[in-house]
Design a protein around this ligand. Structure first.
Ligand SMILES: [Fe+2]
Length: 360
């Protein structure tokens, strides 16, 4: 059978490994002639293994050579997996948009089951929480920002709920909380909602009204009360600094706390028509420096830890232009991991002037 060398970021469970995989110190990480597992790939990423050699089988034909000029995300965009994800995402967003507009125009209830099934289908097609974030990083096709954002927030909330140990039933509710959280934006003038630049103070005051407007739209609908409350309270903060009511801590339930984190993370990182995807490490840095008092601390720390672990072994560019691989996460500051550049190890935790600018 023919063999091929691939980048570790293309390694997928099920692939048949053709050569033993060792770490830098010569320890055998994975034997030849065995099939990869998700755990083995994570372990290889952990040890910063850059490439592995696999057998080319029927299912791996569409994988590019690992050593070329395309970035990981560019390559991902060309895969069958991404096409499938993108199709399901567009389907779910279209259904969501049609369903909501129908309810707003004709009254009645939205078909929540269909909406949450759309999200579950998207999640089911992804191998793990890790890959969902990679795929979300690449989507930028759906035009209506409110619907794409809400769908993304529903997906991220469901993944975070899983990391936090929420039950399946609670994750279903979380999905609906995410889907409906910004519904009130449909009552705000479109030129304000779609404005690419910063809002004026007056526009910002109008925009804040999407919380109470959302609650008004949902309050008489046949929906879980936590879904309605999330629409009202997802901009409230644990320290009382949020809006519209300025309530604190225990007045904000755990569903809203999850959506609040997912909402802000999505806004910072997701690609939009007018900008490319934001760097997850920059978002993590902002959460670390400003977010601990504003969000549920335990939820936020779980989120940041998992998100950054998703990128273990990924290639990154630092702000000084150097390119390296993430090899170790610093628990004290997740946004500042250890990077291997050539044969040198750079600990960002000890180099405050350096930071990750882009994931490649
Ligand atoms: Fe919002």
């Amino acid at each position: 059978m023919e063999v091929k060398r691939i980048g570790i970021n293309e390694a997928q469970s099920g692939m048949l490994v053709a050569k033993d995989v060792y770490n830098d110190s010569g320890q055998l990480l994975f034997p030849a002639e065995a099939r990869l597992t998700e755990k083995a790939v994570t372990r290889m990423r952990f040890h910063a293994v850059p490439f592995i050699t696999i057998y080319i089988e029927e299912s791996s034909h569409d994988i590019d050579d690992g050593v070329d000029e395309l970035s990981f995300f560019e390559k991902l965009r060309e895969t069958e997996e991404f096409n499938e994800f993108n199709e399901q995402f567009t389907d779910a967003a279209t259904t969501f948009e049609q369903e909501i507009l129908r309810v707003l125009n004709e009254g009645g209830d939205a078909d929540s089951m269909t909406l949450s099934n759309g999200v579950k289908k998207i999640l089911g097609s992804c191998r793990s929480g890790i890959q969902v974030f990679d795929l979300l990083h690449c989507t930028r096709t759906y035009d209506e920002v409110i619907f794409a954002h809400s769908l993304n927030v529903a997906i991220i909330s469901a993944v975070l709920g899983g990391w936090l140990g929420f039950s399946n039933a609670d994750i279903e509710t979380l999905i609906l909380c995410g889907i409906y959280h910004d519904i009130g934006k449909l009552s705000i003038p479109k030129e304000i909602v779609d404005k690419a630049g910063p809002l004026s103070p007056e526009e910002y005051e109008i925009m804040k009204g999407h919380t109470t407007e959302g609650f008004k739209i949902l309050k008489d609908k046949n929906l879980d009360k936590r879904v309605k409350l999330t629409a009202l309270l997802h901009h409230e903060r644990m320290d009382g600094s949020g809006y519209p009511l300025g309530v604190k801590g225990d007045k904000i339930d755990r569903f809203t706390r999850v959506v609040a984190i997912a909402d802000v993370y999505e806004a910072m990182t997701a690609p939009r028509k007018y900008r490319k995807a934001g760097c997850p490490f920059e978002a993590v840095r902002i959460f670390e420096s400003n977010g601990l008092a504003m969000y549920d601390t335990a939820y936020l720390l779980t989120f940041l830890e998992h998100i950054t672990m998703c990128y273990m072994g990924y290639r990154v560019r630092l702000n000084d232009g150097s390119i390296g691989t993430i090899v170790y996460m610093n628990k004290q500051e997740e946004s500042r991991p250890m990077i291997k550049v050539g044969s040198e190890y750079i600990n960002l935790f000890k180099n405050p002037d350096l930071y990750i600018e882009e994931i490649l």
